[in-house]
Design a protein around this ligand. Structure first.
Ligand code: F6P
Ligand code: MG
Length: 436
């Protein structure tokens, strides 16, 4: 198993990294290759290139499974150049890392970059998003849940009495909706993903409370709800997945704007397709337009229109810095991208969504779960930080003594092939953590 306080690596055969490289990757590749082959691409040039991309993806998968070295990226984009500099710095001539013997965080980020390389080295498919069909499909699969939440939101807006107790309750609901939205990333659920809660989603989130292993919601609220000076207030959300999770993040952002907790919400998205379902800038605008213009549900149209107006008015802002698709953990931001660090420092609150962002916050290190969130951040403190994450990987921190009592018995046995701690990787449990 991964030694305590060491970074996760594929070579540890009981880790989720090992399982991911060996089992999840073949699954992801086979789904993606299949979708690519059956995509009705019209241009005959692109059809030929598509076959080449399929071949490259197969070679990449073989490289992973046979533990080849991580070679340079064959590309000229700004991001490729940045990656090659990082690869140069990390693996000088004497030391070449392989898939299983490099930090898992690095190797897995690198894999998505290699997928992008295959796409960018075509002439006619350069903007092709291999995961688009999956993201689009996930939208349809969560429509009923989105309708229920949109109804709740719109009714809520029409009530004018807002006292602090009610507002706090509403805040908690929005935070939890956004938190549990993270359960539905497509890389973990590549073949099996129904986002529709069978019950009322607002009731469902209450029944999920017992799975929140660390809950700093009160501290977040106390920080947000203090008198402030006249400077425009900004909240930043470092986004994770498209489709349903994006919807839930927009609900949270809407709450901040509507109740004056922020004047602007900045959404940080990925500049390239990433970890299957992560939001790109195009996903974001397509999503708003699909809500407003393509849904038959009136409430989704209304909410889509409302969010499009906020987007056009500059209340919702989308940014996509390269840093989010580099392999660095966030403690490196201050030395590797000081401009971004300074920009984030001006925000009231940074909300980091999801598992991958969490891994990058805490350095993807196998901490003792009792390590405090602050310590695990290792100095990354541009401003107040929130992590909203469902647990899908074996690193976690900030859990109080006795947390084991909240793990249901059947999640703790060794029924999982590689990890003895299935509760840490299943997405069933979550944390809401805060550092002021
Ligand atoms: O594969 C690594 C991983 O971080 C998993 O642990 C998780 O299932 C997935 O990627 C992405 O999760 P998220 O979309 O929540 O960042
Ligand atoms: Mg994701």
């Amino acid at each position: 198993n991964t030694p305590i306080n060491e970074p996760l690596m594929g070579k540890y055969t009981k880790s989720f990294g090992y399982h991911t490289l060996l089992r999840r990757m073949p699954d992801i590749f086979s789904v993606v290759i299949n979708l690519l082959k059956t995509d009705p691409i019209e241009s005959p040039f692109a059809q030929t290139e598509r076959d080449q991309v399929v071949e490259k993806l197969k070679i990449l998968l073989t490289d992973i499974l046979t533990n080849e070295s991580l070679r340079k990226i064959d590309g000229t984009s700004k991001l490729s150049i940045m990656w090659n500099e990082i690869l140069d710095e990390k693996f000088n001539t004497n030391k070449t890392g392989t898939w299983f013997e490099t930090e898992w965080l690095f190797a897995e980020n690198y894999m998505y970059m290699r997928i992008q390389e295959a796409i960018e080295n075509t002439k006619n498919m350069q903007n092709y998003d291999l995961f688009k069909q999956l993201k689009d499909k996930a939208f349809g699969e969560s429509e009923n849940t989105m309708i229920a939440i949109a109804k709740f939101l719109l009714t809520r807006h029409n009530k004018d009495e807002v006292n602090t107790t009610k507002l706090k309750l509403y805040f908690e609901q929005m935070i939890k909706i956004s938190l549990w939205g993270n359960r539905f990333d497509l890389s973990l659920n590549i073949r099996n993903k129904s986002t529709n809660f069978s019950e009322d989603p607002l009731e469902a989130i209450v029944s999920l409370d017992k799975y929140i292993l660390a809950n700093d919601i009160d501290d977040i609220w106390n920080t947000l709800n203090v008198p402030h000076n006249n400077a425009p207030k900004r909240i930043d959300i470092i986004m994770d997945n498209s489709a349903y999770e994006l919807f839930t993040d927009l609900c949270l952002a809407d709450f901040f704007i509507t109740y004056g907790l922020a004047d602007v919400v900045v959404f940080h998205v990925k500049s390239i397709p990433w970890y299957v379902s992560d939001v790109t800038k195009l996903d974001y605008s397509n999503f708003l337009n699909r809500l407003e213009k393509e849904c038959t549900s009136k409430v989704l149209q209304t909410i889509g229109n409302r969010w499009n107006i906020l987007y056009k008015a500059g209340k919702f802002v989308v940014e996509c810095e390269e840093f989010w698709t580099l392999p660095y953990d966030y403690s490196k931001m201050v030395t590797k991208d000081i401009e971004l660090y300074k920009k984030l420092s001006k925000s009231q609150l940074l909300i980091f969504k999801g598992d991958l962002n969490y891994r990058k916050l805490i350095g993807d290190i196998n901490w003792l779960p009792s390590t405090t969130f602050k310590d695990a951040l290792r100095g990354f403190q541009p401003t107040s930080i929130v992590a909203l994450r469902t647990l899908k990987c074996d690193c976690v921190c900030g859990l109080s003594p006795g947390y084991e009592n909240n793990i249901e018995e059947n999640d703790n046995d060794n029924n999982y092939l590689y990890s003895s701690n299935y509760w840490q990787v299943s997405g069933k449990y979550a944390v809401v953590q805060f550092n002021k």
